[in-house]
Design a protein around this ligand. Structure first.
Ligand code: AR6
Length: 175
């Protein structure tokens, strides 16, 4: 685990579903229909009420974020954020990914969260290049934190060794 900015930003490896924070962010699809990756892990850990709650939300646009309770998770809230599918880099993917993180943080703030855990949105099934995505994630969240002191801690939760090494390298540049 690495801590930056007096512990306000943390980079750690692990399973996001285990974290006791106010909000965990999910890497969802526009239908909020569930799927693989972190979405599958969150649905499995939150229990079946989550799928029912997602169904009532009627989807979410790319770059946006919506919330549900955490149900059986330690976290009371889940913010479902929809990142862009990587299509080679000329379809506004960078801006859409930045907007996704911004929307997720804004939704967390509106829920009254002081602590938020984020996965590496779009870097799995959606194939966004991992280092480029980490730069966007860290810089966007940092900007948000500078404007919103109410958020006391953000955890970038990296699932694998490779993601952790990438985030730590990018953090050295930005943090
Ligand atoms: N905790 C933290 N991170 C995780 C976990 C976990 N338990 N499991 C996987 N990751 P992905 P996307 C990381 O594919 O690219 C789904 O089917 C994983 O290592 O989950 O935004 C949705 O339903 C990777 O770094 O999300 C959508 O249809 C990161 O989470 C679509 O995939 C994101 O990978 C979204 O694709």
């Amino acid at each position: 685990m690495q801590r930056y900015r007096n512990g306000r930003v943390v980079i750690q490896q692990g399973d996001i579903t285990r974290l006791s924070v106010d909000v965990i962010v999910n890497a969802a699809n526009p239908e909020l229909a569930g799927g693989g990756g972190v979405d599958e892990a969150i649905h499995a850990a939150a229990g079946p009420e989550l799928a029912a709650a997602c169904k009532e939300l009627k989807g979410c646009e790319v770059g946006g974020a919506v919330s549900t309770p955490g149900f059986d998770l330690p976290a009371p809230w889940i913010v479902h954020a929809v990142g862009p599918v990587w299509q080679g880099g000329h379809k506004n993917e960078d801006e859409l990914l930045a907007r996704t993180y911004e929307s997720a943080m804004r939704e967390a703030l509106e829920l009254g969260a002081t602590s938020v855990a984020l996965p590496a949105i779009s870097t799995g099934a959606y194939r966004f290049p991992k280092e480029r995505a980490a730069q966007i994630a860290i810089s966007t969240v940092l900007d948000f934190l500078e404007q919103h002191p109410a958020i006391e801690q953000v955890i970038f939760c990296c699932h694998g060794d490779r993601d952790l090494a990438i985030y730590e390298a990018v953090a050295e540049e930005y943090l």
